[in-house]
Design a protein around this ligand. Structure first.
Ligand code: SF4
Length: 342
């Protein structure tokens, strides 16, 4: 598989009224053709800022600072002008959001919104775009697409709106689809259907996907690799199996421990105590230090380097240093009976 996206040492800071917020701090990851990479973390971890930086939805200067590069098709997206990005957004890289109502235009029929992208990027005639719109609605499982194409977003259910968003996002056969919490606003049954749909479409259409989520449960059947983000950094990355069955970072343990278990026992469902660091004044050492039950002196002082545990798994934690005490994987993070959606 060839590499289509490479994010190198990406840092993004925002100037707020009070301080500079370091939302992403030296993030590295890549995406291969046709794969799904999940970026997982709590709100404020930097995962959505990472996604928005790739799409350049975050306007860069003035007031916002970027370091590092986002290489796509051999070119650095951080160096593109807004006009150049307009040709990339929607055509090469598309994005879907948690709430389709915020990105669908309520005053336009769904058909017109799909046609707009097709006419702009694929240079189709109105009639061709209409017919392709029907085919796309069918592809994403909207019943009776010939009639539904003429309806407005409010006439669709929540699940159907998300399907319509996916149809629009895929209309120009993008190389990358970024899905930012695509199922969070949906009930569990519809969540599973949308994840199934994305998985099926990926097989059919071949688009690579970056799935942004706070819920490790949605990742198991939807992604091939996972990057766990905390405090603006990727603290652990690996294949889905490595993250679920051989996690090494205490924050990943916490995320696994906060997933519901198959036996329905609430005792095993443990939220991670404490709150994420203030990125206007990020910790000098490990970002998880104030919440980590295993924190040591070194954790406060120095950011741990990555330890490569395999060709695909690497983890930034002082517990992997040979001088650190041995800590067992907590029982709550053992996946055996964990519920995974999809
Ligand atoms: Fe915990 Fe230290 Fe590892 Fe950070 S480096 S996760 S504080 S043990």
């Amino acid at each position: 598989m060839s590499r289509i996206l490479e994010v190198n040492d990406l840092s993004v800071s925002f100037q707020t009224y009070h301080a500079e917020v370091q939302a992403i701090r030296g993030v590295n990851f890549h995406l291969d053709e046709k794969e799904t990479l999940a970026i997982v973390g709590e709100s404020g971890s930097g995962k959505s800022v990472t996604a928005q930086s790739i799409m350049r939805l975050i306007e860069m200067p003035p007031g916002e600072f970027v370091d590092g590069s986002i290489m796509f098709a051999g070119e650095d997206l951080t160096q593109k002008s807004e006009k150049q990005m307009e040709n990339i957004r929607g055509k090469e890289i598309s994005m879907i959001f948690q709430d389709p109502m915020t990105s669908l235009n309520p005053t336009m029929t769904v058909g017109k919104q799909i046609a707009e992208a097709l006419i702009k990027h694929q240079h189709m005639s109105k009639k061709e775009a209409h017919n392709q719109g029907i085919a796309l609605l069918k592809l994403v499982g909207i019943p009776n697409p010939e009639a539904r194409i003429n309806q407005y977003p409010h006439q669709y259910s929540g699940g159907m709106r998300q399907r319509a968003m996916i149809a629009i996002a895929l209309s120009c056969n993008p190389k990358i689809l970024i899905a930012d919490e695509p199922t969070t606003a949906l009930d569990v049954t519809i969540q599973a259907q949308i994840l199934d749909l994305m998985r099926g479409l990926q097989e059919k259409v071949g688009t690579a996907i970056i799935l942004i989520t706070h819920d490790l449960g949605v990742v198991a059947n939807a992604a091939s690799r996972v990057a766990v983000m905390y405090g603006g950094k990727i603290v652990e990355t690996g294949t889905v199996d490595e993250i679920f069955y051989n996690p090494k970072h205490p924050y990943t343990w916490g995320l696994l421990g906060s997933m519901p278990k198959l036996d329905g026992s609430h005792e095993t469902l443990q939220a991670i105590p404490g709150s994420p660091p203030d990125l206007a004044d990020p910790p000098k050492g490990c970002p998880f230090v104030t919440r980590c039950p295993h924190a040591m002196k070194a954790c406060k002082e120095h950011m741990p380097a990555y330890t490569n545990l395999s060709d695909t798994q690497k983890t930034a934690c002082w517990l992997l240093d040979e001088r650190a005490p041995k800590v067992e994987l907590p029982e709550s993070a053992i996946v055996g009976g964990t519920t995974v959606h999809g």
